[in-house]
Design a protein around this ligand. Sequence first.
Ligand SMILES: [Mg+2]
Ligand SMILES: [Zn+2]
Length: 162
Amino acid sequence: MNKAILLDRDGVINRERNDYTFRIEDFEILPDVVEALKLLQKAGYLLIIISNQSGIGRGLFKIEDTEKMHGHLLKKLEKEKIHIEEIYYCVHHPETGSCLCRKPDSLHVEKALARFTIDPSLSYFIGDKERDILAGEKAGVKGILMESNSSLVKAIEPCIKK
Ligand SMILES: [Mg+2]
Ligand SMILES: [Zn+2]
């Protein structure tokens, strides 16, 4: 079985702007993300991003905007030899019906665990909101809560020392 680090996107990978981020020009990768992801990869973890993007369900931007931005992110990371297995994101509006993929619900976590044969007990969910931690915990994945836009290298310490 594999082990993985599940990462929230906004505030963990790219700067949390306290607004919807859907334009490449607003997508600022945080300073030590590349270093942190390299360390995690070297330690044998698969890397997966799980994000809430309700701005799509709210009609503020389109799936294509998000896909384009994610393409840009993946290309930048690939240049650093960092491979992200998948970026899962919930597109739903929180007030219209209940999907099971918007964090704190755990559908995307469970999908990732099944698809990539991940042992949850060896894995972590790193996020900057309580709902990130809850989504992981529902699927048996330990959470690491970090402050928005803070050092990811620091946040991953429990994942790499052993
Ligand atoms: Mg966040
Ligand atoms: Zn959803």
